[in-house]
Ligand binder design. Structure first.
Ligand SMILES: [Zn+2]
Length: 160
């Protein structure tokens, strides 16, 4: 039989290598297993072995739960990263900039650092969506809508 002298420790080591974030939990399992192994030499009772087994099963359930939680977290982060990358790409297109470096990287394979805003034709729909409203805002407030006679307009403040 080609089995390891301690398959439980091997399994914990493998899990620890695969999922370093579970290190504290796996170390607790390893310590419990070693404690258990020492007790085996002294001849634990069947009840003690059953208790140890229950404790290990509970730890494994916690580990599985933690793995699921972390997998969900990674999935959420991936979705946020994808959305951010898409927005960054759209803004670069709206401004006619290199989507990889925005003209900030002389080593950029796409623009060699010459792709700042305005370097390329803008994407008109994206320009209209992202840039035009900001340009209009920068130019000043739009004309005040006609107000009913006697109504106050606190934003209208003509300069002499
Ligand atoms: Zn670039």
């Amino acid at each position: 039989m080609n089995s390891s002298p301690n398959p439980m420790l091997d399994m914990l080591s493998q899990l620890s290598a695969d999922r370093p974030e579970l290190q504290p939990l796996l170390e607790a399992m390893r310590t419990q297993h070693l404690t258990h192994a020492e007790e085996v030499e002294e001849g634990p009772t069947r009840e003690e072995l059953l208790l140890q087994n229950e404790q290990l099963v509970a730890l494994l359930k916690r580990a599985r739960h933690e793995i699921k939680r972390l997998d969900a977290l990674v999935e959420n982060l991936q979705q946020e990263t994808d959305a951010t990358a898409q927005l960054q790409h759209d803004l670069a297109a709206a401004l006619g900039a290199c989507p990889h470096c925005w003209g900030t990287d002389p080593g950029c394979g796409s623009c060699r650092g010459r792709g700042g805003p305005g370097a390329y034709p803008t994407d008109q729909p994206l320009y209209a969506r992202f840039v035009r409203p900001a340009v209009r805002r920068q130019a000043g407030p739009p004309p005040a809508p006609a107000a009913p006679a006697g109504a106050a307009n606190p934003t209208f403040n003509p300069q002499p």
